[in-house]
Ligand binder design. Structure first.
Ligand code: SF4
Ligand code: SF4
Length: 149
């Protein structure tokens, strides 16, 4: 066998087995999901949530900066005016309609970065599977966090 053949064929195989051998000596980790869950990294970004202030008002002011920043163009915001009788957010406007098409989302977090009020945030809920494509369009009602009592 020539030196080139050893170099091109045998060496990568031996080196591959070497990596496998090193891995075999490591502690095995089996997580019994869904009964057990791994601790996620602090900056994990999964499902979006529209947050509220402590007094229950919505943080979202319908400015659409999140939609403008989204590279996948998956956010739709329709703003409306608050009135003294019907107030949803502290600002002049609020989002009457807010939707995210989760099939297009790439979880980059740009929407969260762009939001001036900290309204849209990506949290750690990663169980997003569904049966119907239509169910992946998350509406404001699905995204808005409940009022804390
Ligand atoms: S995480 Fe990225 S892709 Fe997903 S909605 Fe936000 S900006 Fe768009
Ligand atoms: S989530 Fe933030 S950036 Fe998006 S419309 Fe509401 S306030 Fe503006």
């Amino acid at each position: 066998m020539s030196f080139e053949v050893i170099n091109d064929v045998a060496k990568p195989i031996i080196s591959g087995f070497g990596i496998t051998w090193k891995r075999l000596k490591r502690e095995k980790v089996t997580v019994q999901y869904p009964e057990e869950r791994r601790e996620q990294f602090a900056r994990t970004r999964w499902r979006h949530v529209l947050t509220r202030y402590d007094n229950g008002l919505e943080r979202c002011i319908g400015c659409s900066l999140c939609a403008g920043a989204c590279p996948a163009r998956c956010i739709y915001v329709q703003a409306a005016e608050n009135t003294d009788e019907e107030r949803y957010s502290p600002g002049e406007r609020y989002s009457e309609r807010y939707e995210i098409n989760m099939l297009r989302c790439i979880f980059c977090g740009y929407c969260q970065e762009a939001c001036p009020t900290g309204a849209i945030v990506l949290r750690k809920d990663f169980e997003l599977a569904n049966y119907d494509r239509g169910d992946f369009v998350y509406t404001k009602e699905m995204l808005l966090e409940p009022i804390r009592r």
